[in-house]
Every structure is written in C-alpha cells, then in structure tokens.
Design a protein around this ligand. Structure first.
Ligand code: ADP
Ligand code: MG
Length: 663
C-alpha cells in the first residue's frame, strides 16, 4: 500500500509528508507523537473561570462565522452539555462548519469563560470522546495540521499493514518486548502508562539496535580487509620514547600501545585519537610515524592549514633528525621546482615522511609505500578528501586526530565504525587556564590584566569576530582593535594583526615574528584557532565571545597555557553570559563539548554525514545511553549467533548484505 492510496492524499499532502521524512505507509505509522495529551470529561459543576475543560456537547444552534482581516475567522455556536446550555467560540476553523450540524455530538476542548458561560475552544473533536483518552501530539510542518496528520495515521492504522520488525525474535523474547504492531498502536493511542512505556522502550531499542548493527557490520567489514602487517621492535620504540624531552602521560602511553597493536595487526587501523588542545596528540602521532618507518613504510600527515602543517613539520623534523629520517613539507605555496622535488622523493621512496595541507591529495602526488595516514583536525576535511589521501596507498593504517573531543555517548555513534582513543589528562606541570568574563564596559580591567602579563615578558592573543569596521555591525574588529591596542601599548610593545584575507607569506611572517617574540600582542580573527603553539603566550582575550561556539572558544583558549606558568583567558561579552559560563568553570574539553552538544546539537560541530547519523527518531542519546550500550553489545552478539547464520530473521541478513555493498 502507498501513501497515495489513503483518502484525501494528493500531491500537496504528499509533499508535506515528505518534508516530515514520511515517504511510505510504514514511515507514516512509525511517525510517533512527541508528547501526549490526556483527555477526560470535566464535570461542569466543578469548573472555575479560566479552567481547562474537555466537554461533550450536542450542537443546538447554527454556526455563525465572522471573518476578520488577514484570513482570520471565528466560529460561534451553542451546545447542550451536562444539562446546561453553553456558547462555544473557536478561531480559524471555518472549514469545520459543514460538519457542525444541529444535533451532532462533539467534544470541545478549551478554556472556561464563566462570565459568558462559554468555552473558548482550542480544539473540537468531531467523534466525541467516549471515555478517557490519551492522544498523541505530533510535530508537523506548515500547511499540514496536527489533526490532519492524526487522521492520516489513524486511517493507515486501520489497514493491517505489516511492518518489518528489526529486533531479532530471540532478543525480543529475551527482553519480553511486546509485538511491534501492538507497540505502534500503543504509541499512537496509548491505553495504559505502563504499556506506553514498554512500547516506547521497544521503539527506541529497535532504532538503536539497527544503528549499532550497521556500525558493527562496517567495523567488522573493515576487520576483514587485508592491510599491512608488521612487526615492530619494542626496544627501538622504547628507546625513541626515552629520548623524548618529557615523560609520556598515562593516556599518551596507552594510545601509543594500542596504536602499536593496531599497526601490527593485519587489518588497517581506523582509529580516532581525541584530546584537548595541548594534551599532546602530536607526539603520539610522531611515535606512530616512527613505528611505521621502522617497518619500511612512508607516512603522510595532513593538516587543515599551512600554519599548522608547517608547525607539525618543524616539530616532527626535530624528532626525526637524530635517526636520519627524511621529512618533507608539502603545501600549495611551494615553487614548482620544490614541489616536483618532493613528488620525486615520495615516488622513489627517499622521503620517509611527508607533512602537508590539501596539497597532499593532488593528483600529482604518488606515495607508493604509504603505510600510515594521519589527519589532524579530521572534522575539517570532507570524507572524500580523507579517502583520497588514503587511496594514495594500499590499505594504509589510518589515524585521525581531533581536538574537538566528543563525549563518549556521541563518539560511540558518530564514530561507531572507528576505534577511539582519548587523552584526558594534560601533560603534568600545566596549570589550568584561568578564565574570566568581562563586560565591554570593564575594558580598563582587561587592559590592566593584559599589561600585567606583558610586563612579565609574556605575550598575548586578542581575537575579534570581524576583520574590519562594518556599518551593519557593532561587533569588534581586528582593524579597530589594532589601533586601540596601539594607543594603549604601542610605545612599549609591538602589536600586529593577522586575518584570513592576508597573503599566506604575510601571515607566516607575522606568525613567525610572534613565535620569536618580536611581536607581543597578536590581534586576529579565528585564523589562529587551529593548533598554533607559542609557549610564551599566556593571555587570550576574546571580544564578543558570544559570537563563538563553546567548543570554538575552548579551542582558542587552548592557544595559551602551554608552559609551566599561569595563563589567562578573558571572554568579553555583554550577551549570552549564561551560555559562556561553563568555560569559566571547567577547562575539560570533554565537558565543554558535552555542553555544546546540549545547546547546539551536533549539526554545527560536524559535517552532514555525522549529524545525519545522529538524528534518531525516538531514541535520545543522553537519556538512552545505557540502552545504546545494550544495543551495541546485543547487535554484535547477534552478528555472530546461529540465528544470524541460519537466517532466522531474513530481513536482517538482507540489511547486513546491503551494508556490505554500500561500503
Ligand atoms: P595537541 O596536538 O594535542 O594540541 P601537542 O601535541 O601540540 O598538543 O602538545 C602540546 C605541547 O605539549 C607540545 O609543545 C608538546 O611538545 C608538549 N607535550 C606533549 N606531551 C607532553 C608530555 N607528556 N609532557 C610534557 N609536555 C608534553
Ligand atoms: Mg595538534
């Protein structure tokens, strides 16, 4: 049966339904209410003015309609209810008039107006309520009334449509789930609180089960791939680590160990390494690249900006020099001759490691012995960009790095097909960045605090949302701030600005000057957001902080606090102070991102693939996390069960088959 076969469903209704994501009859009957309304006849002798009432009444008069401007209208009629005569008024329901005939019994839902003995109705039910009833309220879209949607769903429910049950029968009986048809009915027309709860639980479980089943299949599919298997000499790795200028933190050590196991295993590594800015992901990447080198393969590390790529390059080169490992930097701004030399070196294997920007995925680049691919700030790259780099080699191992940590709940779903390592602890000796909120009117305080830091020989970042003055906006901008900071500090300190419209060389020059402390105050837009490492900077001032997301602010704050001294972050904002407060309370990126998720949803933080994956219809990741974990385990067990092998639930075998062919 199709949607068109339902009464009164034309192209217009179809397009509305489509907007709601309803394309089939099955979609329609599994389009569940987001809340319920409990209806129960109100005894008229107990009502007071202003009370909400639900009354059954028989229509006693003709309906009068008054039309106003802007397509407003009012219906007025009289009814007999509980042996009394009452007036009923309802707005904008002119289309109901033909149904409201004298003698007809209806249910009136609304507010009691004692003075006029009338109900100001919000809704009329043409089929009167017989006893208590709970009805669903549905999200809808402009043009399609909730009532219409309800009627359509009820119509569809009156046919016995068979729906696929994605919960394997064995699991359904293990949990004692009710039958799916029954659950669907209960969700639209609840009969009992307890039963509704069970129906909802079933629906959530089913959704999570299917999702995790897919994730498990993808993961296992990857596990069957033939990648590079290698043996890595523990001794060499240990001595490499011993020579580092610091001790690895517990989480770094753990990450290094699991990565080594990943690399030694036959199937390709597919791991996400997440941790706050400054938590020391880079050195984990460095050790991984060294492992890869020892087994005779080339490594490539891709970063989203030139500044970041260059920084990684210089860093990594330093670590590798003692071992005479050849490291190259490939960005779009190299001269043709330089580029070609790198292409050549990669091709003939004289370059062991290449660090770069998008330039790495250019057609001209060929890396025949590519064994390890690392993407920094992975969410900044599209899926196809990442796979282009990966395809330069044959089943290389892959490590993604992200400084936008995701709470475990989300990591399991967004990255359900990956392994995830998290670095929670900062390298020891680091003090958490002290964060304050200031109003624009407190600028004097802010300047004093900046001066205190500069006096100690430290440096400061200043961030503004705009580059230049704009008539439409009162937001702070880099140009004006540069002038103002020059006025305040120009005699003693050097101030420079940086923004995305500048030429690459200009930016690099300024960044280098800042690194070398030739510049003390760097004023910029968010171009410095990613990964920049200037240890002597201890002050971060962010103007109009409300313009930025919490995770973004947290990232910016991560530019400071990179040495043993106390660092500070000042958020200047006259708006949204409640939202920003969490930053003054914690420096834990996992907590900040949790808060960000709560406020903004996941869509803004990640690309469309990921946010699409997160939009569950009935399940709610926060509330249903333990259910998700169960579904994850159950679906994995199921994939290895005899029931699955013997195709006891054939549509699930079909589903899995389809996933295999998608990937
Ligand atoms: P991330 O990439 O996670 O933002 P980095 O790898 O750039 O962080 O590390 C930040 C700084 O901390 C670097 O200067 C790095 O050398 C240093 N660092 C990394 N690990 C440690 C450690 N275990 N102890 C002390 N310093 C460390
Ligand atoms: Mg980094």
């Amino acid at each position: 049966m199709t949607l068109q076969q339902l009464p009164k469903v034309g192209p217009k209704t179809l397009s509305y339904l489509q907007k709601l994501g309803i394309r089939t009859i099955e979609d329609l009957i599994t389009y569940y209410p987001f809340r319920y309304e409990h209806l129960k006849i109100t005894p008229l002798n107990q009502v007071q003015d202003g009370d909400s009432v639900t009354l059954n009444g028989v229509i006693e008069s003709n309906v009068q309609i008054t039309y106003f401007k802007r397509r407003m209208n009012r219906l007025h009629f009289r009814v007999q209810s509980q042996h009394r005569f009452l007036s009923v008024t309802i707005f904008n329901r002119h289309f109901l008039k033909p149904h409201l005939t004298i003698g007809k019994e209806i249910t009136i839902i609304g507010k009691w107006d004692a003075k006029h003995e009338q109900v100001i109705a919000s809704d009329l039910l043409l089929t009167p309520l017989e006893k208590e009833e709970t009805r669903g309220i549905y999200h809808t879209t402009d043009g399609l009334r909730v009532k219409q949607l309800q009627t359509l769903i009820d119509e569809a429910l009156s046919y016995s449509i068979s729906v696929v049950d994605n919960i394997p029968s064995s699991i359904a009986s293990q949990y004692g789930f009710m039958d799916k048809q029954e659950a669907i009915r209960e969700l639209h027309h609840p009969t009992h609180t307890q039963r509704l709860k069970q129906a909802l639980l079933r629906a959530k479980y089913e959704e999570l089960f299917v999702y995790m089943l897919k994730m498990n299949v993808l993961k296992e599919h990857k596990h069957q791939e033939e990648g590079i298997s290698r043996e890595i000499d523990d001794y060499l790795i240990e001595s490499f680590i011993k020579k580092l200028p610091f001790h690895l933190t517990k989480d770094q050590n753990h990450a290094v160990n699991v990565i080594q196991k990943d690399l030694e295993r036959t199937y390709p590594m597919n791991r996400l390494l997440q941790g706050d800015v400054g938590s020391g992901k880079t050195v984990v990447a460095v050790i991984s690249m060294y492992m890869n080198y020892l087994s005779g393969y080339q490594s490539a590390l891709m970063a989203p900006t030139e500044i970041l790529a260059t920084q990684h390059y210089e860093n990594i080169k330093q670590f590798m020099e003692p071992y005479s490992i050849k490291v190259a930097l490939l960005t779009g701004h190299l001269k043709k001759r330089e580029k070609e030399a790198i292409y050549q070196g990669l091709e003939d294997g004289t370059i062991d490691m290449v660090i770069g920007t998008h330039a790495l995925i250019s057609e001209a680049v060929s890396i025949p012995k590519l064994g390890l691919v690392i993407t920094d700030e992975q969410h900044r790259f599209g899926v196809d960009q990442r796979s282009k780099l990966k395809n330069k080699g044959q089943m290389p191992d892959i490590l993604y790095m992200s400084a936008t940590p995701i709470p475990r709940t989300y990591a399991l779903t967004i990255y359900g097909d990956m392994d995830v390592s998290s670095i929670h602890t900062m390298p020891s000796g680091r003090l958490p960045v002290k964060t304050y909120m200031k109003k624009k009117s407190e600028m004097k305080d802010v300047l004093t605090m900046v001066y205190e830091e500069l006096k100690k020989g430290h440096q400061a970042y200043v961030v503004a949302p705009l580059i230049e003055d704009s008539e439409e906006s009162t937001l702070e901008n880099v140009e004006v701030l540069e002038k103002n900071f020059n006025k305040a500090f120009g005699k003693v300190f050097r101030i420079a600005s940086l923004h995305g419209k500048m030429k690459e060389e200009e930016k690099d020059q300024i960044m280098n000057d800042f690194k070398e402390n030739k510049i003390q105050i760097l004023i910029s837009t968010t171009v410095i957001e990613v990964g920049v490492d200037v240890k002597n900077a201890t002050m971060m001032v962010i103007f109009d902080a409300y313009r930025f997301g919490l995770s973004q602010l947290h990232q910016l704050r991560g530019r400071v606090g990179r040495n043993q001294e106390q660092s500070y972050c000042i958020l200047i904002s006259d708006l949204e102070k409640e939202r920003l407060r969490v930053l003054t309370q914690t420096t834990d990126g996992f907590k900040v991102s949790e808060e960000d998720f709560k406020l903004r949803g996941s869509g803004d933080l990640f690309g469309s693939r990921q946010s699409g994956d997160l939009s569950f219809k009935v399940a709610n990741l926060k509330q249903d996390f333990s259910l998700l974990l169960k579904a994850k385990e159950d679906s994995s067990d199921y994939l290895h069960s005899d029931d699955f092998k013997n195709q006891k639930d054939p549509h699930l075998n079909q589903l899995v088959h389809e996933i295999y062919h998608l990937d």
